[in-house]
Design a protein around this ligand. Structure first.
Ligand SMILES: *Cc1c(COP(=O)(O)O)cnc(C)c1O
Length: 400
């Protein structure tokens, strides 16, 4: 075993590995801890270079016991793509996108839920459930289908139709409810308490975080074992941001990088910005955001159980939490598509808008290496129809 134990992220209280867990006794997320001395003997830059690319090559720093079979749909290492024209227009030299839209089910939720369902199957769990704004439900449903488990998903009414239908296509039981994601989460919690299913809500079981942290491992290896100067991340529950911050510590602990860290920027929509408000007030945790609304549904999360971990990582890193307006999100999506041929999801648009705002505020320098996260495939979202109708009988080419 590479895992030594789990630990409460607030109190440090220890919990045994080898059995299912949700939150700690203090009601906070649990973090998986590893035997770093043992990991460092086999996880080296050289051995990693020889392994097939993808999340499972980081096996020694993942919780699935040796010999345990992952539930996998062939998760690729996602590419880092330069937005050269978008950068050039702003006078910047190195603007990169890690495009997580290439993963199974079209979003990075696949990473977390591949890991969570692998562990759930390992523990013999038969039924899994979560609340979702769309992408997590689709990923849970797909991996549960593959693992032969039942999946139950509850989503807010504004969840994009394509996600709801995709989730149902994998055979999950899907409910569309008249509330926000945290309110949907209450039903999931109640059902879990009645032992009807296992609660896979983000950060309420410890393994989704472990799947998502692989983004941090991957990007460092892809950048030649260097961390970028800054990372911009679309922050809902914050699992990816917290996960990457954990990943950098683990890479250092096993001798793969030094103490250098990127500045972490948590990007939220102005219509749902609880973390930004807490950051600006100097608070250690975030109050619930009432009346949350944004086109970037993946980051429409009024309250996050890992709020204090997000705020801690952002502050320790010397980064910031930034809110962006709806029109700037839409403009960013349009600009990246037209200028660089990159169709961002709205959450990815928020991140690009967040970088623009940070640049205007002098938070990032022109020459810095900046990595933006695009967390889903832009094709999963409704797009503006800009085509024009043509009657071929009366049309001539000179009209076009
Ligand atoms: C879930 C989601 C997010 C937010 O991710 P967290 O790690 O939970 O903060 C951002 N963008 C998209 C497309 C998502 O599906």
């Amino acid at each position: 075993m590479y895992v030594t134990h789990l630990e409460c992220s607030l109190t440090g209280e220890r919990y045994p590995a080898g059995q299912p867990h949700n939150l700690s006794a203090a009601g906070k997320p649990l973090l998986v801890r590893y035997d770093h001395e043992r990991v460092r003997t086999s996880l080296t830059r050289e051995t990693l270079a020889e392994r097939p690319a993808g999340m499972w090559k980081w096996r020694e720093l993942l919780p699935l016991p040796e010999g345990g079979e992952p539930v996998s749909l062939g998760e690729p290492e996602t590419p880092i793509v330069a937005l050269a024209n978008t950068a050039g227009r702003a006078g910047a030299t190195s603007l990169l996108v890690k495009d997580e839209g290439r993963l199974p089910t079209g979003s990075f939720k696949a990473r977390g839920l591949a890991m969570a369902t692998s562990m759930a199957r390992h523990f013999g769990i038969k039924s899994v459930a979560l609340p979702t704004n769309g992408n997590a439900g689709a990923a849970l449903a797909a991996y549960a289908a593959r693992a032969g488990m039942e999946a139950i998903v509850v989503c807010p009414a504004e969840t994009p139709e394509i996600n709801v239908r995709e989730t149902a296509a994998y055979g999950a039981r899907v409910w569309v409810a008249d509330g926000q994601i945290d309110e949907c989460g209450r039903l999931i919690r109640e059902g879990a308490a009645e032992e009807r299913w296992f609660d896979c809500s983000t950060l309420k079981e410890p393994y989704r975080l472990e799947g998502k942290k692989v983004m941090g491992f991957e990007l460092v290896e892809q950048l030649g074992w260097k961390v970028p100067d800054a990372i911009f991340y679309p922050t809902g529950g914050g699992t990816g941001l917290i996960g990457m911050w954990k990943a950098f510590d683990e890479l250092e602990a096993v001798g793969l990088i030094g103490p250098e860290r990127p500045r972490m920027y948590a990007i939220q929509a102005a219509g749902c910005a609880p973390i930004v408000r807490a950051f600006e007030r100097g608070d250690e945790s975030a109050e619930r955001w009432e009346g949350a609304a944004t086109v970037a549904t993946g980051i429409r999360v009024p309250s996050a159980v890992g709020d204090f971990l997000i705020l801690r990582a952002v502050r320790e890193s010397g980064g910031a939490a930034i809110a962006v307006e709806e029109q700037d999100i839409l403009q960013a999506v349009e600009d990246a598509a037209r200028d660089d041929g990159m169709l961002l999801c709205p959450e990815g648009g928020a991140v690009l808008a967040g970088w623009r705002s940070a640049q205007e505020r002098g938070l990032v320098a022109r020459h810095e290496t900046v990595l933006l996260f695009n967390c889903a495939n832009g094709n999963k979202y409704p797009l503006t129809d800009r085509s024009r109708r043509l009657e071929l009988a009366s049309a001539t080419a000179s009209m076009l």
